[in-house]
Design a protein around this ligand. Structure first.
Ligand code: HEC
Ligand code: HEC
Length: 352
């Protein structure tokens, strides 16, 4: 993330460079792929210049699993966003090229289709999902490459040419690379956990009695749902929950440069939360039990701490129920979805 300024700078160049040539989809016939949306979920927005098609999703998936997206061909997106961990990672900080370490925990990619504007990344530093991929590609702690260098590299790989043409009617360039990745990311929808089966599909027996109690504790007894609510269990706001007394990472303030935003991070989704340890922006809390202890004491003192974060009373039985509720958010159909896994010819990164 050291190259953040550089990345933002190149994003701006890239945005302006692309704005004239954004061929709207209406100008060339595309056969739209209708993404199945779970019950209780709104329809995500698809950008007018990047409607979803099978060719785009397939190309994006191939890129997601391809280590050639990094400067030395060692790191792919999947290196840090692992499918059976709901596309998160098991370590606090994931190593990038040459084992370099950034400073944030790799989040789940479930339901990123719903991020909307100015909410991408924990500090909201990227304005739309289709531009996010430039950050890891150019970050020297992650893939250490440039989007221009990557475009050239992919233009010289014969197997990619027909795929880019089919998807975007053009070769590999910053526009088509980022849009293809965005298309694949939008298909990563998780909405069929037992919690969904209970709440949205009205299957009374989908949750155990303990999980139901945990749900009531979460939403009614201690009001976690103030921030973690809605179909993705987040209100998408930025909040400081007192993870540290002094934050090494300014969070939202890195973007706004306003000290009132120090230590504020986008409220994360809790979908598949049992699979995405360690927790918080820096992975500094190892387990869900410890997250609960964090909220019981009301977090650490910080001038920006949200007033809704106060010490709470939970019995030992409540804590067990709450953990069971978290586990009911695991969507096994999501993590086992074969559509998200690489095709045979493209599984190098997975085997490592
Ligand atoms: C070295 C590890 C690493 C690699 C490689 C990596 N990511 Fe990430 N990814 C992260 C981290 C850490 C964050 C959180 C960054 C932040 O919030 O500032 C993140 C955030 C994201 C987000 C935003 C999610 C959200 O909730 O806002 C998306 C989307 C994403 N990555 C997609 C990708 C794609 C696509 C690639 C490949 C081009 C990729 N990542 C490569 C570690 C990585
Ligand atoms: C004021 C809004 C707010 C309230 C209320 C709140 N949270 Fe959070 N929660 C957040 C934010 C923001 C983060 C991320 C903080 C960070 O990374 O520094 C978070 C992180 C978490 C995480 C870790 C997620 C991850 O992927 O790392 C869990 C689990 C969690 N909260 C559970 C709860 C529970 C349980 C309660 C009720 C006791 C609760 N939250 C109440 C805003 C809130």
């Amino acid at each position: 993330m050291k190259t953040n300024l550089l990345s933002i700078f190149s994003l701006i160049i890239f945005l302006t460079a692309c704005s004239d040539e954004n061929i709207s989809d209406s100008e060339h016939a595309v056969s739209i792929f209708h993404l199945p949306i779970p019950e209780g979920f709104p329809e995500p927005e698809f950008p007018t210049d990047n409607q979803l098609t099978k060719a785009r999703i397939e190309l994006g998936k191939k890129l997601f699993y391809d280590t050639r997206l990094s400067i030395d061909s060692t790191i792919a997106c999947v290196s840090c966003h692992i499918p059976n961990l709901a596309f998160s990672d098991s370590v606090a900080i994931s190593p990038g090229v040459k084992r370099k370490l950034g400073f944030r925990n790799a989040p789940t990619l479930a339901n990123v289709a719903y991020l909307g504007k100015k909410k991408v990344n924990k500090d909201g530093g990227v304005v739309k999902l289709d531009l996010q991929a430039v950050v890891p590609i150019e970050d020297e702690m992650e893939m250490g490459f440039t989007i221009a260098g990557l475009s050239k590299r992919l233009q010289n790989i014969p197997e990619y040419e027909p795929l880019f043409q089919k998807a975007y009617n053009r070769g590999a360039d910053p526009f088509s690379i980022t849009r293809a990745l965005g298309s694949f990311l939008r298909t990563l929808i998780s909405g069929n956990s037992r919690y969904d089966q209970y709440v949205n599909q009205k299957k009374e027996n989908a949750l155990t009695e303990s999980e139901k109690r945990g749900k009531t504790i979460f939403f009614d007894k201690v009001n976690c749902g103030n921030c973690h609510h809605g179909h993705n269990l987040t209100n998408y706001e930025f909040a400081n929950v007192g993870v540290h007394e002094k934050y090494a990472d300014r969070g939202r303030a890195r973007i706004t440069l306003d000290e009132k935003d120090d230590g504020k991070f986008r409220v994360p989704t809790l979908r598949n939360i049992a699979l995405t340890a360690p927790y918080m922006h820096d992975g500094s809390i190892a387990t869900l039990e410890e997250v609960i202890e964090h909220y019981i004491i009301g977090g650490k003192d910080h001038p920006n701490k949200d007033p809704r974060i106060q010490p709470i009373n939970l019995t030992e039985a409540d804590k067990v129920d709450l953990i069971h509720f978290f586990e009911s958010l695991t969507d096994s159909a999501f993590i086992n979805n074969q559509n998200f896994l690489p095709n045979e010819s493209n599984s190098n990164a997975m085997k490592q």
